[in-house]
Design a protein around this ligand. Sequence first.
Ligand SMILES: CC(C)CC(=O)Nc1cccc(-c2cccc(CN)c2)c1
Length: 232
Amino acid sequence: ILRGQETPPHQRPYMVSLQVGGKHLCGGALIADQWVLSAAHCLEEVGNETLQVLVGAHSLSEAEPNKRLVGVRALFPHPNSSVENNHDDLLLVQLEERVATNPHVQALAFQRNDRDVPAGTQCEVAGWGIISNTGKLPDKLQYVELAVISRTICNTRIHYDGAITEKLMCTESKKKDSCKGDSGGPLVCNGVAEGVVATGSRVCGNWKKPGIYTRIPPYAAWITSIWDAARP
Ligand SMILES: CC(C)CC(=O)Nc1cccc(-c2cccc(CN)c2)c1
């Protein structure tokens, strides 16, 4: 997160850190007691190492009550996700057990109503991604408020020149922005998850390259189908 601030501890109890070898890799959101929503691109950096999910954390390094590393039972990247583009860049992670909810560990509701978030709406994104373009990593969860920009504006030549489909949305990126390591985290508008951080142009904090987020509503049926078919 660039130009954000440290969150008040545990005020976003749905935030999780996807980790490999004890290192933060991507953000994610707990959307049910055994399920995390993140980005399929995050799996590109995993190889054959073990992915784990850190829940209930504020600091990545300090011991905290209710903070724990949970194993993964199964991974469900969206079948149409690909390394070449931003399309369908979603990942459902089934945890190896149902996590007990408590003040530091809570599921986040996601939007099922498939209507664009109005341009100008103030949303927020949180994460343990880099906090400067020099790659400085935070220890504590950061967040930033970002305004939604219309798909029409986001598709102009100076921005993404028509690449933003109706399954994607954009936010401003002037100085404040999501960045490397924030991928997979939720874009929360009025307390509901409307999007998931997409890597996009890999440029951060440049107003010409707005932040790109995978909209969640178009995938609500896919999420439910995975839940219904999965082994408990
Ligand atoms: C100078 C360095 C920052 C270049 C770099 O490593 N960029 C990088 C790499 C991977 C993902 C991302 C990335 C993720 C999520 C959102 C965004 C942009 N909102 C970028 C950005």
